[in-house]
Structure formats: C-alpha cells, structure tokens
Design a protein around this ligand. Structure first.
Ligand code: PEP
Ligand code: CO
Length: 453
C-alpha cells in the first residue's frame, strides 16, 4: 500500500529524522561539553555504515517468517557489552554459545532459527537512578561504555563523547569477527554438533540425553541421506542492540542508495527499551522513521492499548516482520498479563513477531547481595509465554536472553547448581546477571523439550 511516506523527498526525510529533538526524551546522558559532543557526532556521521540496508531487509523477511510460525528467533548476548571484553576469546565463546543453542532449538522447534546477537553495539544502558551511592560517596551511575566508565571514581563517571566513537569502532571490529566466524567455516553444523556432544558428557545434564540422542540421530540421518554439509558451513548472524542513545543512532542513520529510504546502520535490528517506549516520545519517533526491523520491550505495566498505539506509530502500514514485541512480564505475572495483550493485538489483525525475554522481569537480590536471577524462574517465564500463546492462538516467535559464553556465576541454579555463595566466585557483569555458557545450553535443551512435546 503506497502512502504519503513513500512520496517524501530526501530533504523531508532528513528533516523528519531530526524531529525527535523537539520531543520529550528520557535516559539521555548529560554531556558536559556541547562542542565536544558535536565534534564526535560530526565524525560519526562521516563513518561508513556497519551494516548494509539489504541485510536489514533480509532480516525483516526472516522475522516475518517467525511471525507466521515458520522460523524461531534466538536473540542473545550481554546485558551490557564492554570495550575491554571485545576480545577474540570472549566473542568466540559467545558466538559458539548462540550457535550451539540454535542447533538445539532448530531441532526442538523443527524450524530455522534466526540468530541475532545482543552484540556489536550493546554499549548503552538505561538506569533507574541517576546516581549511585557507595560507602556514603554519591556519583553519576554507569550508563554503558558508550557513555562513561564503570570504575567508581568521579573522573570515570563523567560522560565522554569520545566513547561514542570508540563504541562505533569496537562494534566494527566485533562485527568483523562475527562475520568471519559465520562465513569462514567455524560455524559448520558438524563442529557445532560436536561441541554440543562435549556439553552432554557432563553427567549433570543427563536428563537431556534423550533429546541429545535424537539430534545426533538426525545429523547421522542427514549425513547418510547425502545432505551437503559444505553448504551448511555458512550461517547468518545478525547484530542488535537497544537504540538508547539518540544522538549516536541518528549519526549512524544513512539513506540507502538503492531505495532512498533511511536505515539505522549501527546494527541490523534495534529495539526500544521498557523505559523509553513512550508513544509520543523521542525514541519511538526516531525509530518510526527508519526502515530496519525494530523491537519494543513490553513490561508488566504495558496494556493492549499501549501495544496497539505503538504498532500504529511504528508500523502504520502493517508490514510483516517490521515490528517485534519483546515481552518481559515476570514469571509470576506472564500468564495473567500477556493473554489480554495478545488478544488485543490479534483482534486488530496487526502483524507482530512475539519474542520472550524471560530475564528482565525476574531480577532479584540474593541473600549475599548480588543482583541475580533464578534459572528455574527464567524457564518458567518461557513456559508461561508458550502457554499464553497457546491459549490465545498466537505464534510464540522466539527468545531474547542475556548470556555469555564464559563460565561466570551470575544466575542461580541450573543443573550445576550455582548457589548463593557460588555467585561470588565469578560475578563479572557490568549491569544485569547473565546465563553462563552451560546454563544457556541447558536452557536451549529445556526449551527444545517444551517445543517438542
Ligand atoms: C535490557 O534489555 O538490558 C533492558 C534494560 O531491558 P528492559 O528495557 O526490558 O528493562
Ligand atoms: Co539487561
């Protein structure tokens, strides 16, 4: 359906992309020096795009398939990436984890899995408080490596616009390695399957043996039937992050030379967080004007009406794959709160890809004082997500998980039983607790069982 939007001239499109500056905006850093910020943004505006608009279009089509129940989305990575952790080892471990989970979920869902990293750009965080107090000292909160430093000193916590440039460059090197791993043979299905067999050697995961054996049988069958494994060596992995810093995202917005349409070129997919999804706010306005597939987080205060207004503003033409709602209700609430929202959206016939974030509604403080999540509670939200969709007759389209490929101890439980005392062993996250490598794989097996029954 053609609309006025298609008829906009380039100057009109460009003017529209700055409209958010006239709107209320939340969660933006207070940069101390306007000139320094302007200089950094000018430099960013001249950089090459990190992604090609055609890739974002392909992802939109895959998300449209997930909307129809013909694909399943797996989006995973750190709560907050850090510049220091953008090393080959850490990036490789994260990619391995996502690929391993994807193989298990492909089998469980009997569907292709759309793989997206919370990677190569997840450097800015919304915060509930502007300041942090430790031992009577009050300093500005850490807002992500793209803004200020994590270290608890007055100096580190001052927002520095040079960090926006660093975020761009670290994103570029991370994405470069992701692309190399995913097209250079590393992601070969046979390797990934072997890594999963290694995981299953741990007796703690005995309960998943049946599904692991089924996957092994399926791979043997493929091999006997002459499937071309060489052709399966290349996989697509997309990049995504929360589009929080409007100045940064605007500076990386480019007009696609093929179509004349604007795309945010900092990642293939960007989402609007729970704290910035005001329908008349700046974040919704900027993202309404770009062509990328986009997401919006919906937490426990969201209503069906909020979802409908967001869909009207962000996807007025009802384009398949354009809009993903990432729900994060909390395991104890999802069975009550999600069905009415699904009903509301379904009754209007609005195309939405529904993805479950079982992490952000389930954060607790451990007795020992750590911000943590219980593995069983996280899984229970996923179960509630499937139940809600079953009840309403809508399609559960995927999972959004905070994870790392390393052996950290940030979430409680899992078959290896990380307990309250165990959290202290290796608690490294800069913001929210992540599933470690083993817990991530266990989650994939548990979800595959839910899908497969
Ligand atoms: C996040 O994804 O890290 C986050 C802050 O989520 P939400 O906006 O859902 O709270
Ligand atoms: Co988080």
């Amino acid at each position: 359906m053609a609309t006025e939007h298609d008829a906009l001239t380039t100057p009109e499109i460009l003017a529209g992309l700055d409209h958010w500056q006239t709107l209320p905006r939340v969660q933006q850093p207070t940069w101390p020096d306007d000139d320094a910020l302007d200089a950094a943004l000018r430099e960013l505006s001249a950089t090459p795009p990190l992604v090609f608009a055609g890739e974002a279009d392909d992802l939109r089509k895959r998300l449209a398939a997930a909307q129809q129940g013909e694909a399943f989305v797996l989006q995973g990575g750190d709560c907050a990436e850090s510049f220091a952790d953008a090393t080959a080892d850490r990036i490789r471990a994260k990619i391995m984890t996502i690929l391993q989970m994807a193989v298990v979920l492909t089998y469980g869902a009997s569907l292709p899995v759309v793989k997206m990293g919370r990677m190569a750009g997840q450097y800015a965080k919304p915060r509930s408080a502007d300041t942090e107090v430790r031992d009577g000292v009050e300093l500005p909160t850490f807002r992500g490596d793209a803004v200020n430093g994590f270290e608890f000193t007055a100096e580190a916590r001052v927002p520095d616009p040079q960090r926006l440039l660093q975020a761009y460059h670290v994103s570029a090197s991370t994405l470069n390695l992701i692309r190399a791993f995913c097209s250079g043979g590393f992601a070969d299905l046979r390797h990934v399957h072997r890594w999963n067999q290694g995981f299953m050697q741990n007796k703690a995961y005995k309960r998943y043996e049946k599904i692991a054996q089924e996957i092994d049988g399926a791979i043997r069958f493929m091999s006997a039937a002459g499937v071309d494994f060489e052709a399966l060596k290349t996989v697509d992995m997309y990049s995504s992050h929360e589009a929080l810093l409007l100045d940064y995202e605007r500076a990386l917005t480019r007009i696609d030379s093929r179509t004349g349409q604007p795309y945010i070129c900092s990642a293939h997919f960007v989402w609007i967080g729970e704290r910035t999804r005001q329908v008349d706010g700046a974040h919704v306005d900027l993202l309404s004007r770009v062509r990328n597939p986009i997401g919006v987080k919906l937490g426990p205060t969201a209503t069906a009406d909020d979802a409908l207004q967001l869909a009207e503003k962000l996807n007025p033409r009802g384009e398949a794959g354009r809009l993903t709602f990432i729900t994060r209700m909390g395991a104890d609430k999802i069975r009550d709160l999600l069905p009415p929202i699904l009903e509301g959206v379904k009754s209007e016939g609005i195309p939405v890809t529904w993805v479950c974030d079982p992490m952000h509604g389930n954060t607790i403080k451990s007795t020992s004082g750590y911000k943590t999540r219980r593995f069983t509670t996280v899984l229970d939200e996923v179960r509630g997500f499937f139940e809600a969709h079953n009840q309403v007759g809508t399609v559960p389209g995927g999972l959004h998980v905070e994870l790392t490929g390393d052996d950290v101890t940030e979430c409680l439980g899992g078959s290896e039983e990380i307990d309250d005392i165990g959290l202290a062993r290796r608690y490294e996250t800069l913001v929210d607790p992540r599933l470690n490598h083993q817990q991530s794989l266990e989650m994939a097996f548990a979800v595959a069982e839910m899908l497969h029954l």
